[in-house]
Design a protein around this ligand. Sequence first.
Ligand SMILES: [Zn+2]
Length: 411
Amino acid sequence: MKVNQYRIESVIETLAKFNDTPENGVTRFSYSKNDRAAKDYLMNIFNELSLKMSVDAIGNIRARYEGKDPSLSPILIGSHMDSVRNGGKYDGIVGVVGAIEVVRVLSENNYKPKRSIEIIIFAEEEGSNFGTTMVGSKTLVGKLDVSDLKKLKNYQNHTCYDMVKGFGLNPDEISNYLITKDDAYAMIELHIEQGIVLEKEQKKLGIVEVICGMKTIKVSVEGVSNHAGATPMNFRQDPLVAVAEFISSIEKAARYYVLPTTVATVGEINCSPNMANVIPKSVTFTVDIRDVEQNGIDEMIKFVDKELKYIIEKYNVTASYILIGESKCIDLSKKITDAIESSITSLKVPFMRMNSGAVHDAAMFAQVTDVGMIFIPSRDGKSHSADEYSSYEDIALGCLVLLNTVIELAQ
Ligand SMILES: [Zn+2]
């Protein structure tokens, strides 16, 4: 059986048009108008394929291609359909479109595997609305409940719970859609690498062995606001100066002192009152820490604790942080990675086993089923940017490997 590259291209290009910022990359947040339009477009495809589909209480879509024995648990394939602000058209979407292509090929060849195949499309993976990633998949596996959804807020102070309700869904029913151990035989996600390793190593495909863990914290530093002209330097309690020193030591720690695999990023910062002639009163910022070794994350948190104590004393400010996101390092299933490898080997294309520096929906499923991930190259390693690009030949190759892996596992 073969995949159809032009059909894959046409679905990806169509989805890219459901976009709030056509002048600069793709912006499609969950629960937005364009999210709705993109979902309608996908549901039309599922209708044409006569798939049994459902939208759950948080906005994930599932569409089922029935196998010969419907009593067996299905193989789930898919990824997320939301984007970051000004992101690319391939992140998440490659896995969504790959899953659709797999089912289209099975259907047009009248091929019925023993197990059913379910396309699964996750909502709110990127954390674009509420700063918490993988809300759709976390909810599905019971890592978030209704009370959590009431606590998550976007920048306009709207809760996740209210936004989901406003989208026409009933978040009170999320427990009806939980996926537990007997509900899925395997979960496989095709995704762009979002890094430069495959390109540098001149490989066409990557088989993920470990998905890195992460911790994201929100730090608040409080000082004393005062007149920028009338307050001598030695009488200041300036939180922004303290934070500047903190951020630069975080970078040094991740680069030189923790593990070679540890990365740490301060990507969001807010200063109040944020005026040219006022010493700031408070500064809040996030620190995103990731590693394929749990030890690196733990060491980095210890460093944060130590460094905060240091700036509190040096600058006479107060400082504290809260944990806003966490996921553990995850080893993917040997059964699935071996199945992926055997389908790649039969195609005779260069591939490698590798780790994923980004966390994915698939990682959430590792607690309920066997999980595998296939990576395709990202040009220049770029992602979460309008410059994100993967060739349609590479995408089609990834879809073919997904197809062959699914066929092998679903027998
Ligand atoms: Zn993604």
